[in-house]
Design a protein around this ligand. Structure first.
Ligand code: RB5
Length: 142
């Protein structure tokens, strides 16, 4: 399992903490940048999403100040279902129902501990499939 990571300057510290955490779970990481410098979040949302869509990574996590801008960019890439998550319930449901293949977090919104907790929930929850698969297929058609 490999997870692609991307961020802007608002999400850089959070990205580092999340990469360390997933590595400690035995998961490989693919760091798409940035390295803490001021950058434009659409560039890194797109780059990271393309890495997932093209199969260079199985999943992706992107971080900006709020998680919103970079999630909007990621969701422009076909095949990407990127969810901004701010609660444990959202982390669980976006895997169980949406089969989200990317998460987005806000470095100015969440603590590293919260984002790590939500990431673990997402990774450990099973996608339910069944009738949810029809809705996910509708998303992927768009
Ligand atoms: C950058 O200052 C900030 O706009 C960005 O990190 C993000 O919050 C956008 O959604």
């Amino acid at each position: 399992m490999k997870i692609a990571f991307g961020c802007d300057h608002g999400g850089y510290e959070l990205k580092l903490a999340l990469m360390e955490h997933v590595k400690s779970r035995g998961i490989e990481v693919l760091d798409m940048g940035c390295n803490g410098e001021r950058v434009d979040y659409p560039v890194y949302g797109k780059k990271t999403a393309e890495a997932v869509a093209e199969g260079q990574a199985d999943l992706g996590i992107v971080c900006c100040g709020t998680g919103i801008g970079i999630s909007i960019a990621a969701n422009k890439v076909k095949g990407i279902r990127c969810a901004v998550v701010t609660t444990p319930y959202m982390a669980e449901m976006t895997k169980a129902h949406n089969n989200a293949n990317m998460l987005a977090f806000g470095g100015r919104v969440l603590t590293a501990e919260q984002a790590i907790e939500f990431t673990d929930i997402w990774l450990d929850t099973e996608y339910l499939g069944d009738y949810h698969a029809l809705r996910v297929a509708m998303l992927d058609e768009m």
